[in-house]
Ligand binder design. Structure first.
Ligand code: FCB
Length: 449
């Protein structure tokens, strides 16, 4: 039971959640900039206009990372910062910002992992239909080409799209996230197709423009499923459950296979086809080839899961959570085993080197009289989850783990209410204070490197 040599111990962030400087140095607007102006959409009318002001404070933030001994850092590029209209005109000041960030990371021996799309759709593209417009495949390809051209001389790890489940599920099905739409099923499935094809085009373009061999993957999410016991039957039930597609019409997008099967295996699962064949857009052979353009690595964001046992009819049975079951500050169940069984089942199905691209928890952190942040709950969370993850290292090709998140930040429609950071941010002064969990993680990394 031990981690691979060069295991990527890191933290993850995303541009809109930390950068701020939403209208500086020629940046264009994205859908979140606009969504947050529509008061009532986000908790207490919070916006990411300033966020953690990382755009100005990134050097300090890289110092923080170095002080923790991080080996890797996963961040996203704000598409409209480098291409203000989404295509065409390049904003060199935006490029310069990411160049400096990358150089700073490398100077501290921290390996950068770039995510192309962590939900920052340029507003100009949204006005042209955004994910509903099939041209987005080429728009995204152009953006990927630029990122590769400008950064792949120093960056060799790329994730195309973060959590399609969530930005489609919450942005275009239930409408809680930007751009706040509730689309018809037909439109949802057109977007599903455009996202998959855009991913494929990005893989091609990243590679075509790369200055050296690079590694590319996608970074989806979903609830993991874990078996009640280690009996063959329970394990098989959990396996079936994790790869199934929720019945609920508002939740169908929250699953692994509708996204990862076409990307990795080049085909949709039967369950998906049976359910949606009459409504889904046509897929040609070339489409499937594009979508399954070979990738090198597989990312999965894992926060929690569902306990499953084999029911009397031999179907997976969901086990109700007992009174007293633990939940995080934002009400997500605490289920450490999802970090064992999730990667286990995913590796078994997709056979790609895996990264846990996000994992962490919100906790009700505030300063104690001694000026410190004693987030024992988060330490407990990380210790329990990482203990499970360590057990799976011998069974699968696990390459890295990115804790979410380095800093407290703008947590989408929940604004600044939910603190996910191992670093406390005072949003009035922008002062950063390492929480107890950061010091714990530092020690953990040291012991496991
Ligand atoms: C994930 C998102 C990330 C952050 C965490 C808490 O779904 O990818 O941006 O919001 O949840």
């Amino acid at each position: 039971m031990s981690y691979q040599k060069d295991f990527a111990w890191g933290c993850a962030t995303s541009s809109y959640q930390i950068e701020g400087a939403y209208n500086e140095d020629g940046k264009g607007l994205n859908i979140w900039d606009v969504f947050c102006q529509d008061k009532g959409r986000v908790f207490e009318g919070h916006t990411g206009d300033i966020a953690c002001d990382h755009y100005h404070l990134f050097k300090k933030d890289v110092e923080l990372m170095a002080s923790l001994g991080l080996k890797a850092y996963r961040f996203s590029i704000n598409w409209a910062r480098v291409l203000p209209e989404g295509t065409g005109r390049i904003n060199e000041k935006g490029i310069a910002f990411y160049n400096e960030l990358i150089d700073c990371l490398l100077a501290k021996n921290i390996t950068p992992y770039i995510t192309l799309y962590h939900w920052e759709l340029p507003y100009e593209l949204h006005k042209q239909g955004g994910w509903l417009n099939p041209n987005i495949v080429e728009w995204f390809g152009e953006y990927a080409a630029l990122v590769s051209e400008r950064f792949s001389d120093r960056v060799t790890n790329f994730f195309t799209i973060n959590e399609p489940q969530v930005f489609i599920g919450l942005g275009y099905i239930t409408g809680e996230h930007a751009p706040g739409l509730k689309c018809t099923l037909t439109d949802q499935l057109i977007m599903h197709q455009n996202v998959l094809k855009a991913h494929g085009r990005a893989v091609q373009k990243l590679r075509e423009k790369a200055h050296q061999p690079i590694k590319i993957g996608i970074a989806p999410t979903s609830s993991m499923c874990y078996p009640k016991t280690e009996s063959k039957e329970d394990i098989e039930a959990a396996r079936q459950a994790i790869f199934s597609i929720p019945e609920d019409r508002y939740r169908w997008a929250w699953n692994v296979t509708a996204w990862s099967d076409p990307v990795i295996l080049g085909a949709f699962p039967d369950e998906f086809l049976k359910r949606f064949e009459s409504v889904m857009p046509h897929y040609s052979q070339e489409d499937m080839k594009l979508i399954s353009e070979p990738t090198d690595i597989y990312g999965q964001n894992i926060y929690n899961g569902i306990e499953i046992r084999c029911g009397e009819d031999h179907k997976p049975e969901y086990i109700k959570r007992d009174a007293g079951f633990p939940y995080t500050a934002n009400n997500w169940p605490i289920t450490p085993k999802s970090l064992y069984w999730g990667p286990y089942f995913l590796y078994e199905r997709y056979k790609k080197p895996i990264y846990i691209t996000e994992n962490g928890c919100a906790s009700p952190d505030f300063k104690s009289f001694d000026g410190k942040i004693h987030d024992g709950g988060r330490i407990n969370f990380l210790e329990r989850y990482l203990t499970e993850m360590e057990k799976v290292t011998d069974k699968i090709d696990l390459r890295g783990y990115f804790q979410w998140s380095l800093l407290d930040n703008f947590e989408w429609h929940c604004g600044y209410r939910d603190r996910f950071g191992i670093t406390y941010v005072d949003f009035e002064t922008q002062e950063r204070t390492l929480k107890d969990s950061a010091l714990w993680y530092k020690e953990y990394i040291k012991q496991h490197s």
